[in-house]
Design a protein around this ligand. Structure first.
Ligand code: ADP
Ligand code: MG
Length: 324
């Protein structure tokens, strides 16, 4: 099957059209007009079958997730998504699989007004690379660097659901499975934080690992109140059901399991009420989970004040971790 045939048949009919695309799929390269006063925000993420998703993952979920993880990076920068390209490596051109994959990817693209403007199609082990581009007003992007001592640490949504779904496998409830397969990029939340949050990151590798990225460059630390971590009703239900099979690690999954794609961000106390109102207006739940300190490292504390040492290694003393 000719590669352009695949694109024409499965992708082009459902592609969102934007007025700022001078040339999209079909030319040698995409030609895009960037509005004055804005900066272009660009990110790429690759999903490899058997590495980033289990081999039996539905094609629609792979399509959704390949774009969603990129939109999540744009969200963490406070950007408005605009365009995407897709490098698709396929073992064969299975029409049913392609149709589902395209639907999963393009349905999400449509929701965020993203136009698929090009890509590349090759034969090989299933690998999906999306490059997404977004726009942010000049100088307004959220960055990883910028947290200050005394800032409150927040996360959007709930943590640990995707990790629990992976652990439970076919015994995961539909809600937990959807949190793993169909992550929701926090685009509106990211934009609501521009000009208010001092630093932001999306949680792809687990809260402790990603929070450490917010701290490392400024030699800061954080206290995380682990009883305050937001957990979903579906998560708590598994936690509270005796004999439900694999129990969630009540602290470990929200702290260390990846794949949540929530935002973690820091806010000066004077801005916290404004931020909470802006996020509520954006329709996104957010929870204060701790505070930035001047003692490098992440210290986990329970509600009763006692310390907790995460089982997952390498995070508590991230300074050491970074140098060896
Ligand atoms: P070239 O050989 O010049 O790189 P191709 O034949 O690879 O062109 O692609 C033809 C057109 O189809 C290009 O506009 C390219 O961006 C687009 N395209 C190819 N593969 C994909 C894909 N997987 N998703 C979206 N567009 C694609
Ligand atoms: Mg090509």
């Amino acid at each position: 099957v000719d590669e352009f045939d695949i694109i024409r048949r499965y992708f082009m009919p459902a592609v969102t059209r934007r007025a700022d695309v001078v040339a999209g799929i079909g030319d040698d390269a995409a030609l895009l007009s960037v509005p004055a006063g804005h900066e272009l925000v660009v990110c790429t993420d690759t999903l490899v079958s058997g590495v980033h998703f289990p081999r039996h993952t539905p094609a629609a979920a792979i399509g959704h997730k390949a774009l969603a993880v990129n939109l999540s990076d744009l969200a963490a920068m406070g950007a408005q998504p605009a365009w995407a390209t897709l490098a698709l490596t396929l073992p064969d051109a299975d029409p049913r699989w392609l149709e589902d994959f395209a639907h999963g990817l393009l349905a999400l693209a449509q929701r965020f007004d993203v136009e698929l403007v090009g890509g590349d199609t090759t034969r090989g082990p299933l690998t999906v690379t999306v490059t997404a581009q977004g726009l942010v007003r000049h100088g307004m992007a959220l960055r990883r660097r910028g947290a200050r001592v005394g800032d409150r640490v927040y996360v959007t949504g709930t943590l640990g659901d995707a990790g629990l779904a992976l652990r439970l496998q076919e015994r995961a409830s539909a809600h937990l499975q959807a949190r793993l397969d169909y992550p929701e990029p926090r685009i509106e939340a990211g934009q609501a934080l521009c000009g208010f949050a001092t630093a932001a990151i999306d949680i792809s590798d687990g809260l402790l690992a990603d929070l450490a990225h917010l701290l490392a460059s400024d030699r800061l630390g954080a206290i995380v109140e682990i009883d305050a971590l937001p957990r979903s009703a579906a998560f708590l239900e598994v936690h509270e059901t005796p004999g439900a099979g694999a129990q969630p690690a009540y602290y470990e999954l929200p702290l260390s399991a990846g794949d949540d794609y929530e935002l973690c961000f820091t806010v000066p106390p004077a801005h916290s009420t404004a931020v909470e109102q802006r996020l509520e207006h954006a329709g996104c739940a957010a929870t204060a989970i701790g505070e930035i300190t001047d003692t490098p490292g992440i210290r986990c504390v329970r509600a009763n004040g006692s310390g907790y040492t995460p089982v997952a290694r390498g995070f508590l003393h991230f300074g050491e971790d970074q140098h060896g």
